[in-house]
Design a protein around this ligand. Structure first.
Ligand code: D5M
Ligand code: FE
Ligand code: ZN
Length: 519
């Protein structure tokens, strides 16, 4: 994979489970072959290291490469450019979200909102808060994978005439075969073909995708541990099958989203990062002011997809950029900001990787102490991920840590930070918010796989990558909602240019999106 940009290097590192020191990334980016340099550094880092540090790079690379890196620091433009907002071009004609341009607004003085809360309906589905039973033992891994295979495999079984892995190896060579399983391994062969090992409850079986087949293009979308179906022809010795077709659980093309019966709107935001020196209080206040105006009187729901606060000790050197160093004080400040939102707006929030809950997903909603601190506005606090239904419109809320991984592992035209919604499409296609175990996204095995996308949502809402982008995938509206934190030093050093101070507003009766800009 080409590692031309520092952001791509960060993505690659995070996909392998590492956080990065910014100087380390800068030095890698300055080498003549960052991909090869990164491999050398990773071979040399201590096995238990979670952070790639400058000294690791210095130790692993010859000094001339390190010097070259110092001589060519990453260029960051001085002038603050207007963030580029990806408005999601949809391959489907008639997509009503494409071309929705950001609308400039000014924080105007509060006006009376006339809303009728009696018309509302808000239902939470799939909140796993209080349901965690996992202890991280082997048996939990067995049950979480079994549940994943049962539920996602169930969506595929009607589509192929599948057999268990052990039965396939007993069939005569040349037979037509099909199997449903978890991707256990993806390897390229010496001759450029791809070997994909599928695993089911009985065992594993290897499948070969030939490099000249048209669907070889799908191989670079695959992630370990996702569920797939394959059809093909058994080799003469029945030891391997040649793939003829490959199926994802996917969203059916016949999916028809539900809509609200009246004109009512939801604001979808995330990544507020209160407590960071870069938290944009002015933009937040302008947003809150706007919500009090008649222009926003249809906005009756506010969904917050995680990273309410900046947290403490989330990334290396983060403390240098903290405005509030105590985690509880961060939530107290956040609560003050929440109070500025009109009291009649229903708020639903899930945690993110900066929040004070366990890092491993699924993340339960905040504990009692934090709920108490944030109680003034009486938000609904649920797990990451959760499904919430607003007047019949189902919204899958997920913070989005796995998007870093999808962006790092897939080719740039299929998933990138500039088009975060396209990375979301792949999660919808895989029907799972974070398929890969053992990578960047920390996962906690539970009896049930809470990360499976069982029901197709009408809207999929994520954050985390701090980029605004939206579009439709098989008529599911995918929105990544940007952030309220200006570019941090780390982001500057790796050329991540966040979309900060935007609020995408969804019409729940049509699923149209408009973007309000407050920065
Ligand atoms: O992360 C916002 C985005 O920036 C997300 O794509 C991860 C990336 N990021 C930010 N800081 C780091 C460090 N130190 N290492 C690796 N990746 C990083 P958020 O977690 O929402 O602040
Ligand atoms: Fe964030
Ligand atoms: Zn995050």
């Amino acid at each position: 994979m080409p590692l031309e940009a520092p952001a791509r290097i960060v993505g690659e590192l995070t996909s392998r489970g590492y956080n990065a020191e910014r100087e380390a990334v800068t030095r890698l980016a300055g080498t003549s072959d960052p991909g090869a340099a990164l491999e050398r550094v990773l071979e040399a880092v201590p096995e238990d290291a979670l952070v790639v540090r400058t000294e690791h790079v210095e130790a692993a690379l010859p000094t001339d490469a390190a010097d070259a890196a110092r001589a060519e620091p990453t260029a960051v433009p001085d002038g603050e450019p207007t963030p580029s907002v990806s408005t999601g071009t949809d391959p489907t004609p008639g997509d009503d979200t494409s071309g929705a341009a950001p609308v400039e607004t000014e924080g105007s003085s509060p006006a009376d909102r006339s809303v009728d809360p009696a018309k509302r309906s808000l239902e939470i589905v799939g909140d796993m808060t209080g349901q965690s039973t996992g202890t991280g033992e082997y048996a939990d891994f067995v049950s979480v994978f079994r549940d994943r295979l049962d539920r996602l495999g169930g969506k595929l079984k009607g589509r192929v005439n599948h057999r268990p892995a052990t039965a396939i190896q007993d069939m005569p060579g040349g037979s037509e075969v099909a199997m449903v399983g978890l991707v256990n391994d993806i390897r390229s062969t010496a001759s450029g073909h791809w070997l994909i090992e599928l695993e089911d409850a009985t065992g594993t079986f290897p499948w070969l995708v030939m490099k000249d087949r048209e669907y070889v293009d799908l191989v670079d979308e695959l992630l370990c541990d996702e569920v797939l179906a394959m059809e093909g022809t058994l080799a003469d010795d029945s030891g391997i099958a040649f793939v003829d077709s490959l199926h994802f659980p996917d969203v059916p093309r016949t999916h028809e989203p539900s809509t609200a019966d009246r004109h009512v709107q939801a604001a979808l935001i995330s990544d507020v990062h209160v407590g960071s020196q870069e938290f944009m209080a002015d933009a937040w206040n302008a947003f809150a002011d706007w919500l009090h105006t008649a222009d926003a009187e249809r906005v009756e729901y506010l969904l917050l997809a995680g990273d309410m606060v900046e947290g403490v000790g989330v990334y290396p050197d983060q403390d240098e950029e903290l405005d509030i160093v105590d985690i509880y004080e961060q939530y107290e400040a956040f609560s003050e900001h929440l109070k500025k939102i009109p009291g009649d707006i229903e708020i639903v929030m899930i945690p993110g990787n900066h929040d004070a809950v366990r890092l491993a997903e699924p993340q339960p909603g905040f504990d009692e102490e934090l709920r108490e601190i944030m109680s003034a506005h009486d938000p609904r606090i649920v797990s990451n991920p959760s499904m919430v239904t607003l007047e019949g419109v189902s919204v899958l809320m997920y913070h989005g840590v796995s998007l870093d991984e999808v962006i790092a592992e897939l080719p740039e035209d299929k998933a990138s930070y500039d088009d975060p919604h396209k990375a979301m499409y792949h999660l919808l296609k895989k029907r799972h918010v974070a398929p890969q175990f053992g990578g960047h996204t920390r996962l906690a095995p539970e009896e049930e796989d809470y990360l499976v996308i069982d029901e197709v949502p009408d809207i999929f809402h994520t954050g985390h990558v701090h980029k605004l982008g939206f579009g439709k995938y098989h008529d599911v509206l995918a929105i990544n909602s940007g952030c309220w934190q200006a570019q941090t030093d780390f982001q500057k050093s790796v050329n991540i240019d966040p979309d900060a101070g935007f609020a995408p507003i969804v019409d729940l009766d049509t699923l149209d999106v408009t973007v309000q800009k407050f920065s």
